[in-house]
Ligand binder design. Structure first.
Ligand SMILES: [Cu+2]
Length: 123
């Protein structure tokens, strides 16, 4: 009888240990997840606050419709160092905010030219 009780106790202990292991595992996943979410949240906002943001106004010749402007905007948004980009077909210009440590007006102009337009720095 005593042996039986001890066995039961032993099983209960093992379950308890498994439970703790499982809890620790889930906990570490949660921490990893929270950390990932935190760093994702952190990267754009704090990085944006710390960067040297400059604004370039670029004249773009050769756009024939609003879709050209959309295409250039999409390209600029994929360009490293570009923070925001607005391209106007009507005004034939692009207004680009960029991180001066990562890119330059010249590189932005070059990227637009590679699409087949004629870009030049206005300001
Ligand atoms: Cu077009």
């Amino acid at each position: 009888m005593i042996a039986g009780m001890m066995k039961k106790q032993h099983i209960a202990k093992r379950h308890c240990r498994l439970f703790i292991l499982a809890a620790a595992f889930i906990c570490s996943l949660a921490i990893a997840d929270a950390f990932g979410a935190f760093s994702n949240f952190r990267n754009p906002s704090i990085a944006a606050a710390a960067v040297k943001t400059e604004r370039a106004i670029i004249t773009v010749e050769g756009m024939s419709c609003a879709n050209c402007a959309k295409g250039i905007k999409a390209l600029l948004k994929r360009t490293p160092g570009v923070i925001t980009a607005e391209v106007s077909f009507e005004r034939r210009e692009a207004v680009v905010d960029y991180d001066a440590d990562q890119t330059s007006r010249e590189k932005i102009v070059e990227a637009i030219n590679k699409l087949g337009y004629k870009a030049s720095v206005k300001q």
